[in-house]
Design a binder for this molecule. Structure first.
Ligand SMILES: CC(C)(COP(=O)(O)OP(=O)(O)OC[C@H]1O[C@@H](n2cnc3c(N)ncnc32)[C@H](O)[C@@H]1OP(=O)(O)O)[C@@H](O)C(=O)NCCC(=O)NCCS
Length: 173
């Protein structure tokens, strides 16, 4: 079993486990429709965010990212064997500063040092901030499948289909 020790400190951030009292912090960004546009769920209510914080405090695959005591986003890092799947959502107030890159890089480095061999990620071509982040992390695009992912509908109720991109990075040996 891979053992990534939290917390991890970077020059500007603290990566830590979620706590049951992170509900308000999660609500601050997961209630924003634009922030969750490419996620497989809609904006969270305050009650849902509080329940989510409780659940994440027990889960191993979510990492809270804090800056100066404020929850600014989270990483999803689901480890299966020697491979992990990476995901991320950051508060719009803290995007555009390199914090997601800094956080994901620190977590991936810790995981590779602990024995992980491969990290994968999926995102939509229509979400360039996401695939630009993956490319900043040195990940390689391994597939591009048009019209293959649908989480949401438009205002008229029509399904929105996106192009699914798959990325990966392997530990250098
Ligand atoms: C995907 C997401 C995490 C990317 O966030 P981000 O802020 O663009 O990524 P970073 O924190 O790495 O910041 C990079 C940006 O900061 C800028 N930046 C400033 N200082 C920087 C630094 N020291 N290092 C790196 N980038 C820096 C970069 O130029 C880049 O901006 P640009 O894309 O306009 O050129 C964010 O858009 C998000 O949470 N979106 C909503 C949720 C979502 O869609 N998740 C993915 C679903 S698949």
């Amino acid at each position: 079993m891979l053992n990534i020790l939290l917390p991890i400190e970077t020059p500007e951030l603290l990566l830590r486990k979620f706590r049951p009292e992170d509900g308000e912090g999660l609500y601050a960004y997961l209630s924003d429709p634009e922030t969750v546009r490419f996620e497989p769920y809609g904006p969270l209510t305050r009650e849902q965010a509080c329940a989510e914080a409780q659940a994440r405090a027990q889960a191993r695959c979510f990492v809270a990212v804090e800056r100066a005591g404020v929850l600014i986003g989270h990483l999803y890092f689901a480890v299966k064997g020697d491979c992990a799947e990476l995901g991320y959502v950051f508060s719009p107030a803290y995007q555009g500063h390199g914090y997601a890159t800094q956080a994901a890089r620190a977590l991936m480095n810790a995981a590779f040092s602990a024995g992980l061999r491969r990290v994968t990620a999926e995102c939509a071509l229509e979400n360039p901030r996401s695939w630009r982040l993956l490319e900043r992390l040195g990940m390689r695009r391994v597939s591009e499948t048009p019209h293959s992912v649908c989480f949401k509908q438009d205002a008229s109720g029509n399904d929105l289909w996106w192009t699914r991109l798959e990325y990966e990075i392997r530990r250098e040996v």
